[in-house]
Design a protein around this ligand. Structure first.
Ligand code: UD1
Length: 421
């Protein structure tokens, strides 16, 4: 298994291109299942999670052609041959569950494995199931698989989510596009990736209003057509690279991202003493002083502070002046990076969903282990500012969500390399 060697070597300078959003693309790809006409996605990120979704769609009889080195995906679900989403694929990536709604809507049935245990919490599927049942689906759990059917087709309904789940919102919206009548979804998730999905569905002929708000209304149509859609920029990749100069010093311009998608995160960076400026090409970031100041952070659903940036923010706050409290409200077990950062000299106490970080002047390089996607990149960020060498092992997590991380950071002067095994 590959690992990444980072040697802390001072301020960064340069620019980093931001790719298309992984989480948007993983919802957009299953949208192909809703139509027998081709769907083309541009600005797709080149990540192993995208390969996993490709394998899943192919296992259902779909076709996915990678063009322009994977930046363009041409998808077709003209001849679906199966509605079985196998455990061997689903267990690798929870977002595989996003085939459930579209398969059910298009073919009247779907058998989708439950994703199983996940390192950052139990992450059940109850909200997806309840929403689809409200649209008339019959769903039962057998042998670890959700067996869903809608023999007479799905019917529009009013449904309120108990929690604004991103994936459940996406599954229900996709299913409702082909349901008979109107669906009104309340307490819907408002994340930009959902807005992006709705834009694409609309280009395919779906009738949807209210995306980006907590009330989404979908008027079902008989069929959807093909479309071409550009994947929105990855706000989590953007936030991650904005933290690089905040941690290591210097100035970095992220090309292609937009601050509109990161409001609460930018406010916290500013409070910590990091300058963030929108430029014509993207976002320029630099640290104002030698050290950042402690800030308290509570994760929340959009437009709150993204849970997917919590680990990276913790890496920053490890060397802040003062004590910061980070509260995780979305996932029950998302501080596994804390003990790894502690190995690098950080002072962190975790109690339930709260981590208290006492800033130290400098971290020290150490061998550390990536436990999930965002945790792994937080360790790389910490390594940029640490004294000596940090070796981050198990980087397959990183490859799930970050394209060419070594190249992007070394282009800004970081000393970082992949050790192949
Ligand atoms: C998506 C993102 C992930 C991000 C998360 C929260 C993708 C591919 N992934 O994941 O990167 O961290 O949003 O912003 O877009 N829950 C239930 N029952 C359900 C569904 C969810 O209890 O049926 C709970 C989960 O256990 C979790 C919380 O709701 O505690 C948030 O989950 P959700 O918003 O669904 O996240 P995902 O869509 O899985």
């Amino acid at each position: 298994m590959d690992s990444i060697l980072v040697t802390g070597n001072g301020p960064l300078s340069g620019s980093i291109p931001i790719a298309g959003a992984k989480n948007a693309c993983l919802a957009l790809m299953p949208a192909t299942l809703l139509s027998d006409e081709p769907l083309t996605l541009t600005n797709a990120p080149r990540l192993s999670d995208i390969k996993t979704m490709t394998a899943l769609l192919e296992s259902l009889g779909g076709e996915v052609s990678r063009m322009q080195d994977g930046k363009v995906l041409a998808l077709s679900s003209h001849d679906l041959t199966s509605s079985w989403a196998d455990y061997e694929i689903v267990r690798k990536m929870r977002a595989s569950n996003l085939v459930l709604g579209p398969l059910l809507a298009r073919t009247g049935q779907a058998q989708v494995s439950l994703p199983g245990g996940c390192a950052i919490g139990s992450r059940p599927m109850d909200l997806h199931v309840e929403g689809l049942e409200a649209l008339g689906a019959e769903i039962e759990l057998k042998d670890g698989y959700l067996h869903a059917k809608a023999p007479g087709g799905l019917k529009g309904a009013e449904f309120q989510l108990r929690f604004a789940s991103v994936g459940a919102t996406e599954n229900i919206v996709m299913a409702a596009t082909l349901a008979k009548g109107t669906t009104v979804l309340t307490n819907a998730a408002r994340e930009p990736e959902i807005v992006d999905l709705v834009k694409c569905l609309r280009a395919m002929g779906a009738q949807i209003e209210g995306e980006g708000t907590s009330r989404i209304e979908i008027q079902g149509v008989d069929r959807l057509n093909g479309a071409t859609h550009q994947v929105v920029a990855d706000r989590i990749e953007l936030g991650t690279y904005m933290l690089a100069p905040a941690i290591a010093g210097g100035e970095v311009e992220c090309i292609g991202g937009s601050l509109d998608l990161l409001g609460a995160f930018v406010e916290k960076l500013d409070a910590a003493g990091v300058s963030v400026e929108a430029t014509e090409r993207g976002v320029k970031v630099s640290r104002r002083g030698d050290r950042v100041q402690a800030v308290d952070v509570t994760t929340g659903v959009f437009p709150g502070f993204p849970t997917d940036l919590q680990a990276q923010m913790m890496a920053l706050l490890c060397t802040a002046e003062g004590t910061s409290v980070l509260e995780e409200t979305i996932f029950e077990n998302r501080f596994m990076h804390a003990p790894e950062l502690t190995r690098m000299g950080a002072r962190i106490e975790v109690h339930g969903g709260q981590a208290t970080v006492h800033g130290v002047e400098r971290l020290k390089g150490a061998p550390v282990m990536a436990t999930d996607l965002r945790a792994s990149v937080s360790l790389i960020l910490a390594g940029l500012a640490a004294e000596g060498e940090t070796v981050v092992s198990r980087v397959y997590h990183l490859d799930r969500g970050y394209e060419s991380v070594e190249q992007k950071l070394s282009a800004c002067g970081a000393k970082i390399e992949r050790i192949k095994e």
